[in-house]
Structures are given as C-alpha cells and as structure tokens.
Ligand binder design. Structure first.
Ligand code: 4IA
Length: 406
C-alpha cells in the first residue's frame, strides 16, 4: 500500500494546474503564511504541490465551491493529508468531521441540537460573568500573557464545564487538541513531538466521553439524550462527545488569542469598538476572517472532478486553504486590513456548507463574552513584548502574547 502510494506520487501531475515548490508545513509558512497564500492564489485557480501530491485551492470562489459539493469533495477519506482509504488513521475516524451522508446527516443533527442557539442561551450569563471576573483580575495585574492568562484561561474556565467533563485530568485536553490538529498534516516534527504522550492523553479523553463520566446537565449529557431517543447508538454518542472535546478548545483559544493580537495591533479598531460596543459580533467574525485559527482542511475527490476547467482524478487529496480564501482580494476589499465593522459574513474560517462549524454559536458566545468584558473593563490594551507563534500543522496563532492591560 505504502509503496503503491509512493509510485503514484512520482507519476502524478495535474494537467493545467501550476506546480509550485511551496511547503505549507514548513516553519516559515506556518509562522507567516500570508505571502505564501498570495503566491498560491495568484499562481492560478488550481495549484499542484508535487512534494505532497496535493491539489491546493486558495481562491475564495474555488474553496467555497468545493465545500459546497460534498458529493464530489468527500470527507470520509479524512480531512487531513492522509487518505483513510490508503492509511490507517491515528484514531477511529470522527463520525461527523470525517464522514459523508448519510452518516454525517444523522450525527450532524444530533450535535446541531446539542449546540443549538437555544441550548446555549442559558450558558451566556455565566460566560459573561466569568469573562468580567477574569478580565478584572488581569487589569489588576497590569502585565499579562494574553495567551496563558486569557485566551487559554477563559475557554478552560467555561468549556469543559459546559460539556460536563470531570475536573481531574483536564490538562490532557490541550495536548489532545494539539495532536488532533497536527495529525491533519504530514508526519513532520510537529506531528511527532505532539504525539509524545499520545497513549496517556488519548486514553484519558476517550474515557471522559463515557456517559458515566459526564455531568448530568451538560452538552455531553444532551448528546447521550439523543442516544436515548434512538437517534444514534451509545457508542456513537461517545464519539460525538469526543468530537466536541477535540474541536472545541484549541480553536476558541486560537481565536481569542488572535482577537487580542488584532486589537493590540490596531488601536484605531480597538477605539472604534470601545465607542461602538454593538460591533462585537462583526468584530469577532472579522477576527476569524483575518486570522483564521483553522487555516486549512482537506477533501478527497470521490470521482473524477473538474475545477476551473482542470481535470482532477478520483482519489486526489485537495488542500482547501481557508485562510487564503479569507484574504482573497478577488473577494474582499482591502483583504489584508483588519476592520471591525466589515461585513465579513461569508468568510470560510468556520468552513461552509453541510460541514460548516457546528459549534460556532458556542465559539461566538465565548469570543463575544471576552470582547464585551474587555470593552467594559479595559481602557488600554497593547503588546509589551515579542509575540511567539504556536506552531501547529493546522492551527495558526500565538503561544505567547505579552501585553499591558489597564
Ligand atoms: C472531530 C475542524 C475541526 C475544528 C474539528 C476537529 C475535530 C473534529 C471536528 C472538527 O473530532 O469531530
């Protein structure tokens, strides 16, 4: 299997696609992707990367069209570089992310329900209160690490409780997310290093997904309630809770980190928000467009396909560069400018189509709670040291954000 894959690699070219010698998993790219994104977009609508045997779509229209055609661009062969039809995945596949209809339709309905706006409404007051409390404490400190002290601290203080996860062992959640998001890329150093404690971390997460380990009133319990109604099996409910724990924490941490960075780097935008707090919603949307936490996802062609007149064979891995699409000047005016009052709706930072982020209302609730607390409690927000990127094969954002806050 491995060898056949290698042979295929050396022989494959996509006629009409521009081949580029760019490595989207090199440190330079991951740390500072934007110039590379422009090269990918400008080379043509369909780019081919021989190094990984992947087709890249980086223009907004092309990315959105692929996401809108899940029958052709399928998810069940994995949404990372690895083709589950050729290689064994690192864990049993997600039954929502790495699934197509009809399985996906069934599981999506369950999480849609568990994460619906009405299901989340009762969490909002607690999120708002916790955010104000946390931010007040940080203002008292004056100097903070925006990542540790806020971007991580806030989601960790609300999300595991909202799902209903036990307190002991929660330190496993972030390493698990790091593994999962690295595993969508190649087996490079980042991947290998994040898997150092894979056994322990994975075993803990899997165990916390069992019904008896979850609180009775959390989102996890409502997923199991769907199993009681016969919508999924108990085993499937456990896998869906695993999806929540995989997808729900690193993403919001990176988003809040990006938000802090954007506000600190754009004082006029921060001032505009302070003057017009009703902009919190569009501001958070703009953060996701401008600095998309999940930069890339793959699809696999389920049949021979055509994109912009270029023939793509069945079984081809397609790298969708969401972050590049979100700054495509063909779609966005002043695409590289961060504007809190922009109509950024339509960005693909949460994906698009049937797989669009099922947890985005929860993510927004968290992001907006933090932003509202900043607006009401903070006057000055600025960097006072070098930010450091947190390197990951899929997520882009910060590891350290020294800030002054008062
Ligand atoms: C899952 C796209 C990303 C946020 C994501 C990661 C993992 C899962 C879903 C979504 O495990 O189902």
């Amino acid at each position: 299997m491995q060898d056949r894959n290698q042979d295929a690699k050396s022989e494959t070219t996509i006629e009409g696609a521009i081949a580029l010698d760019i490595d989207p998993y090199a440190n330079e790219f991951l740390a500072n992707p934007y110039a590379f994104h422009a090269s990918l977009r400008d080379a043509g609508p369909v780019v081919y990367l021989p190094k990984y045997d992947v087709v890249v779509l980086a223009r907004y229209e092309a990315v959105r069209a692929a996401l809108d055609d899940p029958a052709t661009f399928c998810s069940r062969r994995g949404v990372g570089l690895s083709d589950f039809q050729l290689e064994e995945p690192w864990r049993p596949p997600s039954i929502i992310l790495e699934a197509d209809a009809p399985l996906h339709t069934k599981t999506r309905k369950v999480l849609n329900e568990a994460l619906s706006r009405s299901a989340l409404a009762e969490l909002a007051p607690r999120f708002d209160r916790q955010a104000v409390e946390l931010v007040d404490g940080l203002v008292a400190k004056g100097h903070i690490d925006g990542i540790k002290d806020l971007a991580e601290a806030f989601p960790l203080s609300v999300f595991p409780d909202a799902i209903g996860v036990v307190k002991e062992g929660r330190q496993n959640l972030l390493p698990y997310g790091d593994m999962a998001f690295n595993a969508f890329g190649p087996r490079n150093d980042l991947f290998e290093r994040s898997f150092a404690n894979a056994q322990t971390v994975t075993a803990w997460v899997v165990e916390q997904c069992e019904r008896h380990n979850l609180s009775h009133d959390g989102i996890g319990a409502s997923v199991y309630a769907a199993a009681d109604r016969g919508e999924v099996t108990g085993e499937e409910a456990g896998l869906l809770v695993r999806s929540l724990l995989t997808a729900g924490l690193d993403t919001t941490i990176f988003a809040i980190g990006a938000m802090l960075y954007c506000l600190a780097q754009h004082p006029a935008q921060w001032a505009k928000l302070q003057a017009e707090p009703r902009l919190v919603r569009s501001a958070f949307t703009e953060v996701i467009r401008y600095m998309s936490p999940a930069q890339t996802f793959f699809r696999t062609t389920n049949s021979n396909a055509e994109v912009s007149g270029i023939q793509i064979p069945e079984g081809q891995k397609i790298l969708l560069c969401l972050a590049a699409a979100n700054r495509d000047p063909r779609q966005w005016q002043d695409a590289d400018q961060f504007q809190v009052d922009r109509r950024a709706v339509g960005h693909v930072g949460f994906g698009y189509g049937v797989h669009v982020c099922v947890g985005q209302q929860l993510a927004r609730l968290e992001g907006e709670a933090v932003l509202k607390a900043l607006i009401s409690q903070v006057a000055l927000l600025e960097l006072d040291g070098e930010p450091r990127y947190r390197m990951n094969n899929t997520l882009h954002g910060f590891d350290r954000l020294p800030m002054r806050i008062s």
